[in-house]
Design a binder for this molecule. Structure first.
Ligand code: DOR
Ligand code: ZN
Ligand code: ZN
Length: 346
């Protein structure tokens, strides 16, 4: 069968940039990228300007999404060095509390162990940007504090090995398509740079192995758009867009025998619903054509940034319809601009 219906597809890791960084992406362009990429649901990251560190700022973001979101959505909330009271106010109405243990876009890195322990102990689930030894710290903190931990964009063999030894039922692992399909030899310029950066083939192989053996729980695109102009500067920001290439890359991998379709559904639908308490909705579905062969082309993208490191890649297996809350919102490249999505946690 070449036409297949998939259950609601969730991208648990997108940066829609509103407020403050709307020149890179906004809820309308980000939603369209999600729809064209076959996603019914996205979870938005808090490193906006200002970052989402208070209940009031979350409320402001909510208003913007209510007006503009054309997919279903939820929000991750940002931890800062002193906002645990704000975390307590919002913790039932968010996907997770995001903690940066390494430097990344937005200056939200926290490195005081006592503060980290406090944040972990008031947050039912933490999403962590942790690389290398910081993965070990995150796991130690979560075991001590008894909460859940979602490790974003794991990218190395060493991290995978440590996680495999120390994983519990409350620890979850995300990998991105770019760490699965690109490697450091491919890096040409700023358009190929993100945090964590691209790794060597042996690390890429370890990620695929971890997909096969069940260590990996989700695929998150880490859709992190920056403009072409910003990327061409000497001091370019890190991050690449991913919403429109994530599913086609994974479907192409299914066609190439690199993973089974059932595993793709676990990684992109079933597991994110369980980890982030997203209600299962039968009226959210994506129709894919497993035999459709198409090229990723910068000029066809809906993301505001208008480029992708996968430009020119021929992929087989593409979403043709995205159905949300019973409505066909994306249909063979036409988008119903009047549709508005719903917030999951409010
Ligand atoms: O490359 C990245 N870009 N990594 C991150 O952790 C943040 C992201 C962004 O917001 O641009
Ligand atoms: Zn990150
Ligand atoms: Zn991110």
């Amino acid at each position: 069968m070449s036409i297949i219906t998939l259950p609601q597809l969730i991208d648990p890791h997108v940066h829609f940039r509103t407020p403050g960084l709307d020149h890179k992406e906004d809820w309308q362009t980000g939603s369209k990228a999600a729809l064209a990429g076959g996603f019914t649901t996205v979870l938005d990251m808090p490193n906006t300007k200002p970052p989402t560190t208070t209940a009031e700022l979350l409320e402001q973001k909510r208003k913007i999404a209510q007006k503009d979101a054309m997919v279903n959505y939820g929000f991750h909330f940002a931890a800062s060095t002193d906002n645990w009271n704000e975390i307590k106010k919002v913790r039932d109405k968010i996907a997770s509390v995001k903690v940066f243990l390494n430097f990344s876009t937005g200056n939200l890195k926290i490195d005081d162990d006592r503060i980290l322990e406090k944040i972990f102990s008031v947050s039912p689930i933490i999403s962590c940007h942790a690389e290398g030894e910081m993965v070990e710290l995150a796991i130690k903190l979560t075991k001590k504090c008894g909460n859940k931990l979602y490790l974003c964009h794991i990218s190395t063999k060493d991290e995978i090995e440590y996680i495999k030894k120390n994983k519990t039922k409350d620890i979850f692992v995300e990998v991105t398509p770019h760490h699965l399909f690109l490697k450091n030899e491919n890096i040409k310029d700023g358009f190929w740079e993100m945090y964590p950066n691209l790794k060597s083939q042996s690390n890429v192989d370890a990620l695929w192995q971890a997909i096969e053996d069940g260590t990996v729980d989700t695929i998150g695109s880490d859709h992190a758009p920056h403009t072409k102009k910003e990327k061409q500067q000497d001091d370019f920001p890190r991050g690449i867009p991913g919403l429109e290439s994530s599913l086609p890359l994974m479907l192409d991998a299914v066609n190439n025998g690199m993973l089974k379709l059932e595993r793709l559904i676990e990684l992109m639908s079933t597991n994110p619903t369980k980890i982030f308490h997203i209600p299962i909705r039968e009226d959210c579905r994506t129709i894919v054509d497993m035999t459709l062969k198409k090229e990723v082309k910068n000029e066809n993208l809906y993301t505001k940034c208008g480029w992708s490191p996968f430009d020119g890649w021929q992929l087989t297996g593409w979403p043709i319809k995205t159905i949300i809350n019973g409505e066909t919102v994306f249909d063979n490249n036409s988008i119903n601009n009047n549709f508005r999505g719903e917030e999951i946690y409010n």
